[in-house]
Design a protein. Structure first.
Length: 62
């Protein structure tokens, strides 16, 4: 599923959990914290990937 992650992210708006407690309560606090960090990292990578073409286009347009 990891190799398809980028495909799914572009289809949906990015929703970031507001904090650790916004995630399912069935997980331990450590698991929820790890998940927040993982999501944050994925969001940063996705935003960087989405912004890169725009930067390239701006440079090419000059």
């Amino acid at each position: 599923m990891h190799h398809l992650a980028g495909y799914y992210v572009k289809r949906q708006p990015l929703s970031r959990p507001k904090n650790v407690r916004a995630l399912p309560a069935t997980k331990s606090l450590r698991d929820r914290y790890a998940e927040v960090l993982r999501l944050r990292r994925a969001i940063c990578q996705t935003q960087a990937a989405l912004q890169a073409p725009a930067t390239v286009n701006r440079l090419a347009a000059k």
